[in-house]
Ligand binder design. Structure first.
Ligand SMILES: [Zn+2]
Length: 252
């Protein structure tokens, strides 16, 4: 039982009776009660809610602002450049330490489900291998989904396709992408087709950084949506950061 709990929108205190992993009953209390030995979790008259979800975070890059240099323009593209420099001095332990520190902060705020994008444009896949270990080590605290995220592109980065495929083989749960960052429009389109093939073949989910630019000509969301429709994969596909939509003209 969880006792002395407050519930959203309801006056008074409640006892939440648990049956294994499920809520069996929610019973109003007339007063504050003392916990029975061993059985009860005392909420201390605090609010009890379902756990929160953090659907988009980059735990491999967390807590690195200013290293090795600050992003002086404040733009996404300089941010990616700074991260690329930081990535060169990143180690397995460095990633695990920072990721776990941030996970601690998430847990303190009531978050129990996390999807993290992990940069796989790295010939050694250092971050991915570290995060696969972290996923296991924090299993009791949170559900962690790992996205194989090609920060510097699939087609425009050396061996980008092979790194994505290897990342899934090592244990990524979700296939990512960044079509607007590829060198050409054609590469953007082919990167989406490649990542959808990979996800379809392996049963992975999909979460693409899609049109994260103010450019009104950045139109990869239509490509991703159509690939999802044709393959019947809609429920498995997420488009993140679709900010170019704010720049599209009304006719489009
Ligand atoms: Zn992101």
């Amino acid at each position: 039982n969880i006792i002395n709990a407050r519930l959203r929108g309801k006056p008074g205190l409640f006892r939440v009776a648990l049956n294994g992993e499920r809520i069996a009953a929610i019973v109003p209390q007339t007063d504050v009660v003392a916990p029975a030995k061993g059985n009860d979790l005392d909420a201390g008259q605090n609010l009890v809610v379902a756990p929160f979800v953090e659907p988009h975070i980059h735990l491999d890059a967390t807590l690195t602002a200013g290293e090795p240099k600050w992003n002086m323009s404040g733009t996404l593209f300089e941010g990616i450049e700074r991260w690329s420099e930081r990535k060169e001095i990143t180690t397995h332990d460095d990633i695990k330490t920072r990721a776990k520190k941030t996970i601690g902060m998430l847990v303190d705020h009531g978050i129990q489900h996390v999807r993290t994008h992990v940069d796989v444009t790295d010939p050694k896949l250092t971050a991915l291998k570290a995060m696969v270990e972290v996923r296991d080590e924090v299993r009791e605290l949170i559900d962690l989904q790992i996205v194989a995220f090609p920060q510097e592109g699939i087609e425009s980065y050396a061996n980008g396709r092979a790194l994505m495929t290897e990342a899934v083989a090592i244990g990524a749960d979700v296939v990512g992408g960044i079509p607007h960052f590829e060198n050409t429009r054609d590469q953007g389109v082919s990167s989406v087709k490649f990542l959808m093939d990979l996800a379809e073949r392996t049963g992975c989910l999909v979460d693409v950084h899609c049109d994260e630019t103010d450019d009104p000509q950045s139109r990869f969301l239509e490509v991703l949506a159509e690939e999802a429709r044709v393959r019947g994969m809609g429920a498995r596909v997420t488009a993140s950061h679709t900010v170019a939509m704010g720049s599209y003209d009304n006719a489009y």
